[in-house]
Design a protein around this ligand. Structure first.
Ligand code: 5U1
Length: 675
């Protein structure tokens, strides 16, 4: 094939530029300059040129959106700055309290300016641009590390493959939300139903599910859209002084930002914005589940910092849960990981909050008695966001004479063991322990889950088969049995090919190397979530000390009250649980020693000031690590400052430190001190 001439190369470049410009007019400014037919003509011309001369196809050509080759798996993608989450407010009082808290902390009397934005009900992603080129798209994951979904993100027309202009940061993380508009969602589900495929329950699940497809052609054929709401890491760039100006800059760089964002003054401004958006909600072409308020001044944001994984300077004000009326047809009791029996209401299907609901939780038998729920009752069902729908109350005046009382079964509906209801506890429990296949399945599912031992590929369907319906059929009885699975056993399972079996065995092997917080969380001790597990690990440093701890000692730990202390104590008191742990260690599960509590307070009473950007961590991470070690981070240098940590491009704080003769350390010095 002949080489493209100079004119052809120039024409292709001009077409790419024109198409990018018209994409910007259409998607970002919402103000197209040319008719669709003219745009199509440009697009077809570029496609034809690229088909004749494949060497003309650039990475950022708009024709690349159709989806390239499938990927074999998801690589992990470490965010350059953590992706934070948002605290919620559900009532006007909570919003007022939020505003007051911030004013108090900042010591200001005047009304705070907020950037008010809609809260998209989609899935958060981070886009990485280097020299203006999109090089990576990633899911949020645990906030520190997500999954690389570049192949799918590239197919989204509203994600620019290249930033406009030249005044953008050398490296830039753009944060935003991918969603599927309401109309596109309905069309997608209609198409899936037509093809006999599984439909999605709501647009959020559809967007998240699509982004996790290995084949980008699937994503290219689905109507994903993107709106940016902020930035993460940025390099070589002087930030403006307000968040609203960052949104403006993003727009100038060709990134789509919601036209509904605006700056409002004080809590009254927030309330008005909320009312305005709530009134428009149904007319919007996409789902939102609330609004977000962010302190607009970036210096204030910096002063406010963050707690745990959420910034102090932002809040999501959620729309209230939606409620509907339907009829309770029956109640089943489900057995959970700890044996707790949860009554599940079987409902006359009803559409609420964008999905059809036919099951709802009744929480526990106490709740049934308190709400006086009978089978056949007309009930009010509520659904809010991600939360499982619940039966809120009955409509007593609609009760018919043949309504039936709901009784707690005396035997476990799964294994037939006795059901016990310990004094003072709301939950009734199956006494079968690991004999009960339901408990075993749930325990194993939790053990293998992403935030626990993270065994990719060991999902519900496989666990169901491995555990089976009874003791005799079980291939896996305890978590340690997972580590004894053979290739032969795995390939004998339904829908398990050799390749998947090999991958699963590799994932099982990889999971042996874990951390103490993850391991503790994976054990499924009642009431011990990830944060408590991390606190326990940090406090005790090793499993032996934790297992030997008294209830009093346990109660010294943040987050641990008498109930949690009792659960932890009871757990380690049982020989069966100690056997499970010993067996896991026996098959090779291991973790590094956690720094002990003494080490963890090594910065007690010391004050640090950070200046400039760090290389191995963000300033927020540095702050968190210093605070975790008992130290304090302040924003200005004084004689009371113990250390100034100097990063790249340090600011005036360095000069001040030198003037006041405050010790200055660099990043490796800090890392050394942190151990
Ligand atoms: N509009 C908007 N949504 N949203 C979600 N802004 C926004 N900001 C977020 C999140 C999680 O986080 C930042 C405040 C860190």
């Amino acid at each position: 094939m002949s080489q493209p001439g100079k004119d052809t190369c120039e024409r292709a470049a001009a077409l790419r530029e024109q198409i990018a410009y018209h994409d910007y007019r259409y998607y970002v400014l919402d103000d197209p300059e040319i008719a669709d037919a003219d745009y199509d003509r440009l697009f077809r011309e570029l496609k034809a040129l690229e088909a004749t001369y494949p060497e003309l196809r650039t990475e950022d050509s708009p024709t690349r959106r159709v989806g390239g080759a499938p990927v074999s798996g998801f690589a992990s993608a470490k965010h350059l700055r953590p992706m934070l989450s948002l605290d919620n407010a559900f009532t006007a009082d909570e919003l007022v309290a939020f505003d007051r808290r911030l004013c108090d902390r900042l010591g200001i009397e005047e009304a705070l300016s907020y950037s008010a934005e809609t809260k998209f009900d989609g899935t958060a992603i981070s886009l990485l641009y280097e020299e203006g080129k999109l090089v990576r798209g990633a899911t949020r994951g645990d906030g520190q590390t997500g999954e690389d979904i570049t192949h799918n993100v590239r197919t989204i027309e509203t994600v620019p493959l290249r930033l406009r202009g030249v005044r953008f940061p050398k490296r830039l993380e753009v944060r935003g939300e991918v969603y599927i508009p309401k109309a596109g969602f309905n069309a997608l589900n209609a198409r899936l139903a037509n093809e006999g495929a599984k439909t999605f329950v709501n647009p959020r699940n559809a967007a998240a599910g699509t982004l996790r497809q290995l084949d980008p052609r699937v994503a290219a054929a689905r109507p994903l859209e993107f709106y940016a709401y902020g930035i993460g890491y940025h390099e070589n760039h002087a930030l403006p002084s307000r968040h609203s100006e960052i949104l403006e800059e993003l727009r100038e760089w060709g990134v789509r930002v919601s036209p509904l964002s605006r700056v409002v003054e004080g809590v009254d401004g927030c309330q008005n914005y909320y009312d305005d958006i709530a009134g428009k909600r149904d007319e919007l072409p996409y789902e939102i589940d609330g609004v977000v308020f962010k302190v607009d001044r970036l210096d204030y944001q910096e002063m406010l910092g963050f707690v745990s994984r959420a910034p102090r300077w932002a809040i999501a004000f959620k729309f209230p849960a939606q409620e509907v009326t339907t009829v309770l047809r029956g109640v089943d009791f489900q057995v959970g990981r700890t044996g707790a029996l949860t009554p599940v209401a079987r409902l006359e299907p009803v559409f609420v909050g964008g999905v059809t609901v036919s099951n709802a939780t009744l929480h526990n038998i106490d709740e049934i008695e308190r709400k006086d729920v009978h089978i056949g009752d007309t009930v009010i069902v509520r659904r809010a966001g991600d939360v499982i729908p619940e039966v809120v109350r009955v409509v007593p005046e609609k009760r018919s004479s043949d309504a039936q009382q709901i009784t707690l079964p005396t035997e476990c509906p799964v294994c037939g063991s006795d059901v016990v209801r310990p004094e003072g506890q709301a939950a009734a429990r199956c006494s079968g322990g690991l004999v009960c296949p339901a408990q075993r399945k749930e325990k194993l599912r939790h053990f293998a889950s992403r935030r626990a031992m993270d065994i990719e590929g060991l999902g519900t369907k496989i666990i169901e088969q491995l555990v089976g319906g009874g003791e005799d059929e079980a291939i896996v009885r305890t978590p340690a049995d997972i580590y004894r699975l053979s290739m032969e056993q795995l390939v004998s399972l339904d829908r398990m090919g050799e390749k998947s079996a090999r991958n699963l065995l590799a994932a099982i092997e990889d999971s042996k190397e874990t951390t103490l917080p993850r391991f503790l969380f994976s054990l499924g001790i009642p009431e011990v979530g990830e944060t408590t597990a991390a606190n326990l690990a940090r406090h005790f440093g090793d499993l032996e000390s934790l297992a030997a701890a008294s209830r009093d000692e346990l109660e010294q730990i943040p987050d641990v009250g008498p109930v949690v202390a009792q659960h932890v104590h009871d757990f380690f008191d049982q020989q069966e649980n100690r056997d499970v742990i010993a067996a896991l260690v026996g098959v090779g599960v291991h973790w590094p020693q956690e720094p002990s509590v003494v080490d963890n307070r090594r910065f007690e009473g010391q004050t640090f000031v950070l200046t400039g950007s760090l290389e191995t961590m963000t300033r927020d991470e540095a702050r968190e690590r210093i605070e975790n070690a008992g130290g304090k981070v302040t924003s200005s240098v004084s004689r009371k400052t113990n250390f100034v940590v100097k990063g790249n491009d340090p600011g005036s704080k360095l000069k001040k430190a030198e003037e006041l003769e405050v010790p200055v350390i660099d990043e490796s010095g800090l890392l050394g001190m942190l151990g």
